[in-house]
Design a protein around this ligand. Structure first.
Ligand code: SAH
Ligand code: SF4
Ligand code: F3S
Length: 461
């Protein structure tokens, strides 16, 4: 029997990269590779990179510096280590990586992961291999079906890609260039994937896509189905307890999606709906094609359909030419909407995007100051949202044993981690939990199903 080869993947960036990493593992499993937790003993190391901001893509080169050393050490020990760069930096700067980093054996763009076995062969034969073309037809051709034991090992929550790419061309963003044009997977294939996952113990499905609510995949009736209709169909699959989707764009929120939130108890009342800025002039310069008021109206439609719905968002501070007043409009929007969580970033000029050509810049000092103020506001909203859970009973889907012995951790509808002392057989179940306290971002509570006398006996003993 041949010894399995070891594969180590390090992922940066968004959920799509997490998902793609699993697909790479599934593809290479067929070649006799098994995953290993450390790069040092791996036969193949894949850096699955992100190009969204300068900081993210710079990490690649410092990581490659470390890997070069590991590769040399492996060679001294008589072992061959191959290094591959995948993801959005590979797509955007493939040639540059080949020139700048001689230690890299393979550069592979997100559309070519199904060719990894051939690329490995090519690298062995020719020294190096690069593939970053966009395929002409099936963009989802690379998706292998994960094996049942791989699904079970990954736990009770899974991502399913339904859509990839983006046609929105926000002026700051590299995604349309790294992930290409927007394409949707057919409904039947998504149903197959979800049934397979549910049959193997997955209880929560998050549909992912760079612009997930632009989804318009072909349905069994030959028509293009919107995301809301897809969600409705997936909710019928036995075993699917929770559905989520990410990331959506305010312009693509249609009536089917609102209806899904109204009608489907499986669809979680927590929506990531990035707005980026509260200023109409900045939104226009970003090519978002919506105003702050349009966004407020979208939020109102969700809230009218589902009272307990909560939101998170992304914000960029210091977009070229953003004035103090325009930044204040962002603070005002955040105050008005009231988010459960949010992510905020300093604007980072990305090569090849229209905004990178804009000349009016905001000083580094000013950007830091704005980011600090926005993050302060976001944090206070998040803390208030979490504190409001104390004293209430909420449904938690239990995922795994926590770090503290005896504790099991799960997530609420709003993705808040919730910890209880309980037996591991609650993993995979949704149970009501009485929330007693808050530890940083985690809710701490007790299972509301156990008899109160028993609980007090245990505690009092
Ligand atoms: N498809 C999603 C998210 C794209 S990337 C959407 O349309 O919202 C995730 C977040 O990174 C964006 O929402 C944005 O806030 C941030 N981002 C993207 N490009 C950036 C840049 N050049 N500088 C700073 N932040 C950026
Ligand atoms: Fe980037 Fe805009 Fe597309 Fe989101 S919608 S991926 S921010 S171009
Ligand atoms: Fe980054 Fe590419 Fe995702 S740039 S955020 S890994 S789509």
């Amino acid at each position: 029997m041949t010894t399995p080869r070891k594969l180590h993947i390090k992922s940066y960036g968004c959920q799509m990269n997490v998902y793609d990493a699993q697909r790479m593992v599934d593809t290479l499993a067929g070649e006799g590779f098994v995953e290993t937790a450390s790069a040092d003993d791996a036969d193949l190391v894949i850096l699955n990179t992100c190009h969204i901001r300068e900081k993210a893509s710079e990490k690649v080169y410092s990581e490659l510096g470390r890997l070069r050393v590991a590769k040399e050490e492996a060679a001294r020990a008589g072992r061959e280590m191959k290094i591959a760069v995948a993801g959005c930096v590979a797509q955007a700067e493939g040639e540059e990586i080949i020139h700048r980093a001689p230690t890299v054996d393979i550069v592979v763009g997100p559309q070519s992961y199904h060719h990894l076995p051939q690329l490995l062969q090519r690298a062995r034969a020719n020294g190096r291999a690069l593939e970053t073309e966009f395929p002409v037809e099936d963009k989802f051709g690379f998706l292998p079906q994960p094996k049942p034991d791989a699904i079970r090992a990954r736990g009770i929550s899974a991502f399913v890609t339904v859509q990839e790419g983006c046609d929105k061309f926000c002026t700051f963003c590299v995604v349309p260039y790294t992930r290409g044009a927007e394409v949707s997977r057919p409904v039947a294939k998504i149903i197959d994937d979800v049934m397979q996952l549910a049959d193997n113990g997955v209880r929560e499905i998050t549909l992912i896509g760079q612009n997930v609510n632009a989804y318009h995949g072909e349905g069994p009736d030959g028509r293009a189905w919107p995301l809301g209709k897809l969600l409705q169909r997936l909710a019928e699959i036995p075993g699917v307890a929770r559905l989520r989707y990410s990331t959506s764009h305010p312009r693509d929120v249609d009536d089917s999606l609102i209806a899904a939130h109204r009608d489907l108890p499986e669809l979680m009342p927590f929506v990531h709906l990035p707005v980026q800025s509260g200023s109409d002039r900045i939104l226009a310069a970003m090519n978002r094609k919506h105003t702050a008021d349009d966004y407020r109206r979208v939020i109102d439609r969700f809230r009218a359909a589902r009272q307990d719905i909560a939101f998170s968002s992304d914000f960029i501070v210091g977009f070229p030419g953003e004035t103090r007043e325009e930044f204040s409009a962002t603070l005002a929007l955040v105050t008005q909407i009231g988010y459960a969580a949010s992510y905020s970033f300093k604007y980072s000029p990305r090569p090849g995007t229209p905004a990178a050509e804009m000349r009016e810049t905001v000083s580094a000092l000013e950007m830091d100051e704005r980011l600090g103020r926005l993050q302060g506001l976001i944090d206070s909203q998040q803390s208030a949202f979490n504190r409001a859970a104390i004293g209430t009973t909420v449904d938690v889907l239990f995922e795994r044993a926590a770090r503290n012995p005896g504790q099991i951790v799960g997530r609420t509808a709003y993705l808040q981690p919730a910890h209880v002392m309980a037996s591991p057989d609650i993993i995979g179940k949704i149970l009501p939990v009485r929330i007693d306290s808050l530890e940083r971002y985690s809710l701490i509570g007790e299972l509301a199903t156990s008899a109160p006398s028993l609980v007090s006996q245990t505690i009092g003993a």
